[in-house]
Design a protein around this ligand. Structure first.
Ligand SMILES: Cc1ncc(COP(=O)(O)O)c(C=O)c1O
Length: 380
């Protein structure tokens, strides 16, 4: 597992979930923070990389500095989205430029998502970590849960101090991994383990004997498989797939608003495509799509409630319609592309023309894998 992300074995720990590992980490950082210190918390993150830091700030009397990122202009952006105000962004990015005014000598921790599970936008973590380390002594803590299923990971290259993702999003068991660099461990972490246990490794410090043995036994096989995975080819394929959907949504700006990048460029986004439909509830859209087709997509805020409500200006419950694509959505590649792209566009078009409100099911229909063997798979 350490090898897969290019870390030292003393720098990684397994746990039941990313949410749990961040919580463990926040306990281990208790003494690192004190009254008057500042934590810059990304508001475009999943709550897993927010709640622990809000709680820690409360416990330690720290100041929370919220970071909404900056709106990135897009060739096809609706005019109202060029705003840099604190609400109603549609394409926020976590950038060094937007972070710069928030960093002070008191900043001890900065949090960021590598990819939002709503926006699909890839944060340039290398640029962020370089900026933070050149301009402050703060640690950078990254949530990579929505990034990991789409790209290879090299923590040395990325330069973040803390980096966490979940194996169940990466074709593995329901577990998560956290990386904390040796230098960050030495600088900031106290063990939360029993007093008589060693404290040399991250596992010693944060593990709490919580990693399920049976599931852990599967990780070497999964990481070996992933190490052989042709990530470049996957990114290229996903770019084509998301391009079909994004192109369709862009063709009707009066109907659809995309949240995140409106271009399919693999350098900019992964194929987690979220949108709203003018005049329709997201729930109703998803219900109607499922009523009329075998496409499985989801609606809501996906635990990124602050992003949806406070940054995008959406209803925190109804949120967005989210379509998540993956490399294994292909079978016969060209056939699948035309099938899934054109068909989903067709379904959406039909739906818009013949909308009938429908209240069945909704988000209760949880991850169904490749729903009845069809094209769209929800994993994130
Ligand atoms: C971006 C992101 N971060 C964090 C999480 C939480 O991960 P876990 O379920 O392992 O706590 C999720 C779960 O969907 C997610 O999408």
């Amino acid at each position: 597992m350490a090898k897969y992300i290019n870390a030292d074995p003393t720098e990684v720990v397994l746990g039941p979930s990313t949410t749990q590992l961040f919580r463990n980490l926040s306990l281990a950082l208790y003494d690192y923070l004190g009254p008057g210190d500042e934590i810059v918390i990304s508001k475009i993150d999943h709550e897993a990389n927010i709640a622990s830091w809000v709680q820690l700030a409360e416990w330690r009397g720290c100041k929370i500095v919220w970071w909404e990122g900056e709106e990135s202009p897009s060739p096809t952006a609706p005019t109202s989205s060029s705003s840099t105000s604190s609400t109603k962004k549609t394409n926020p990015h976590l950038t060094p430029t937007s972070l710069a005014p928030l960093l002070t000598p008191k900043t001890k921790l900065v949090t960021a998502t590598h990819t939002s599970n709503i926006l699909g936008t890839i944060t340039d973590i290398r640029a962020l970590s370089a900026y933070i380390h050149a301009n402050s002594s703060a640690l950078l803590c990254v949530d990579a849960v929505a990034y990991a299923p789409h790209r290879a990971i090299d923590v040395q290259l990325l330069g973040a101090d803390i980096y966490c993702f979940s194996w169940y999003k990466l074709y593995g068991p329901h577990m998560a991994s956290m990386y904390v660099s040796r230098s960050a461990q030495e600088k900031a972490l106290k063990t939360i383990g029993h007093f008589f246990k060693p404290t040399h490794t991250l596992e010693n410090k944060l593990g709490l004997a919580a990693a399920n043995y049976e599931l852990t036994a599967s990780i070497p096989a999964v990481s070996e498989y992933l190490a052989r995975t042709p990530w470049e080819a996957i990114a290229a394929h996903e770019e084509v797939l998301q391009g079909v959907l994004i192109e369709y949504l862009n063709s009707k700006p009066e109907v659809y608003t995309i949240y995140g990048e409106r271009v399919a460029d693999r350098e900019k986004r992964v194929p987690v495509v979220s949108f709203t439909v003018k005049g329709r509830e997201s729930k109703g859209v998803v219900d109607a799509i499922e009523e009329r087709s075998d496409f499985a997509c989801r609606w809501g805020s996906f635990y990124s409630n602050r992003l949806c409500e406070e940054v995008l200006g959406l209803d925190a419950v109804d949120g967005v319609v989210r379509v998540s694509l993956l490399h294994y959505n292909t079978g016969e590649f060209p056939g699948c592309l035309s099938f899934c792209g054109v068909s989903l566009a067709f379904v959406l078009r039909t739906f818009i023309l013949t909308f009938i409100p429908c209240n069945r099911g909704g988000n209760q229909r949880v991850r169904q894998g490749a729903r009845r063997g069809r094209v769209f798979v929800i994993i994130a």
